[in-house]
Design a binder for this molecule. Structure first.
Ligand code: ARG
Length: 415
């Protein structure tokens, strides 16, 4: 294709796409050297072992960057925004900017000429990576997209070239795992009518007769800081909840997702910690925010989630939305207890010093409301409530009857 020469930094996982890319970047793009960059956002250990082995077998120098804490902090920011996209808590989407920045730093430090990823031209990740990389002077290369490769072709090419790729069932699905979620795509799951077999799940047990369990989550300024009273850092907190809630089968999503390019895809996700934290956070907001804040924040949250899905967590709009989110979340301090039960997680208790709540005002057992307001004061409100609707409906009704009368008289005059 092109004759780049020099060195290219490749987003490297050791999976089929990136393994094939190593070879193609030399053969087709003319690079002399490929360095692989693997960014730790909480993938399981075996993925790093695999990546290391593959890099060694390919003779690729591999850099591993630890971005786990940075990523976990971003996930907790997403909690403040009650963030999800069509029901998906955005694990892959949130990880991409973190990964892209880490790879770019390595590429710049190592004086690379180019930077590459193994994403296809159909997904979101190409857009999320390049939104960050195209701010640099490096040549951006996407071999799988540019050469129009299919998984089948890649498997065949890997076999011919003797590249080390995992055969058999291990490579059946395209899986993306990080602290926040595990996504399973491909193979028979591409047919939206296929019911997935239970073995696609690795984080969540089949919701069974396990005894229900309570977890108390403590929030400070909208961010979870402790579980059952024990202070934990963001990584520990998410890891612990993934295990604890996963054991109850909490956090499975099987959905149709509208990708940025407009393609609809069937997605399967597991995200136990995300489900618990998002549920608990929203429950606490329900206690401390005013009705109008909750209504407006739902719109702000949705916009924040959209930018996160697009991989644009640094957009000016995202920052402006965060100003509102942070401001309202200064009061989201307190505890929520959730019940983990048979695949579900629901809030069962909430407490906060900022609760916008007066038990005596709401109680069925107290006569007075508050500030001298009594039940009888609601009579006037009740008289007015719905006034405009009643008026509009009456006018409509009259107009219809008037028309019937007019039609009637019209007919009469014809006779
Ligand atoms: N559709 C999701 C997203 O765009 C996740 C994609 C995960 N990739 C994978 N190979 N399973 O954020």
């Amino acid at each position: 294709m092109t004759d780049e020469n020099g060195t290219v930094a490749l987003a490297f996982s050791g999976g089929l796409d990136t393994t094939v890319c190593v070879s193609l970047l030399k053969e087709e793009y003319g690079y002399d050297e490929v360095i692989g960059v693997t960014v730790d956002v909480g993938q399981p250990d075996y993925e790093f072992e695999e990546a290391e082995e593959t890099a060694e077998a390919l003779g690729v120098e591999q850099y591993v960057v630890d971005a786990k804490a940075e990523f976990a902090d971003l996930c907790l920011k997403a909690v403040k925004a009650n963030a999800d996209y069509q029901g998906y808590p955005l694990g892959t989407a949130l990880a991409r900017p973190v990964i892209a920045k880490a790879i770019l730093s390595v590429a710049e430090e190592e004086g690379c000429d180019g930077i590459a990823h193994g994403c296809t031209g159909k997904g979101n990740d190409q857009l999320r990576f390049e939104a960050i990389w195209r701010d640099s002077d490096l040549a951006v290369t996407a071999p799988v997209r540019e050469l129009g490769l299919t998984r089948e072709w890649e498997n065949e090419y890997a076999r011919e070239q003797g590249l080390p790729v995992e055969g058999g069932d291990g490579g059946r699905y395209s899986i993306d795992t990080n602290l926040w979620s595990r996504s399973i795509e491909g193979s028979e799951l591409e047919d939206p009518s296929t019911i997935p077999s239970d073995d696609i799940y690795k984080w969540t047990e089949n919701p069974s007769a396990k005894e229900p369990e309570l977890v108390e989550v403590t929030f400070e300024d909208g961010e979870p800081v402790a579980l059952d009273g024990e202070d934990l850092d963001s990584v520990e907190l998410v890891e612990q909840l993934n295990e604890q809630a996963g054991a109850h089968g909490v956090g499975r999503t099987d959905m149709m997702e509208d990708r940025m390019l407009g393609l609809k895809v069937r997605e399967n996700y597991e995200h136990p910690a995300a489900t618990v934290l998002l549920t608990a956070h929203e429950a606490l907001e329900g206690l401390v925010l005013t009705q109008e804040e909750r209504q407006f924040k739902a719109q702000v949250d949705q916009q924040w989630s959209q930018k996160a899905y697009e991989g644009l967590v640094d957009a000016p709009l995202t920052g402006a939305l965060e100003a509102f989110i942070d401001d309202t979340n200064e009061r989201v301090t307190g505890t929520v207890t959730v019940k983990l039960e048979a695949g579900h997680c629901r809030p069962v208790s909430r407490e906060s010093e900022y609760a916008v709540y007066s038990e005596s005002a709401a109680s069925f057992n107290e006569e007075a409301i508050t500030g001298g307001i009594t039940q009888q004061d609601a009579t006037g409100v009740a008289k007015y409530h719905g006034f405009q609707s009643r008026l509009a409906n009456d006018i409509l009704e009259d107009a219809k009857q008037g028309k019937t009368a007019a039609d009637g008289s019209g007919n009469a005059s014809e006779e």
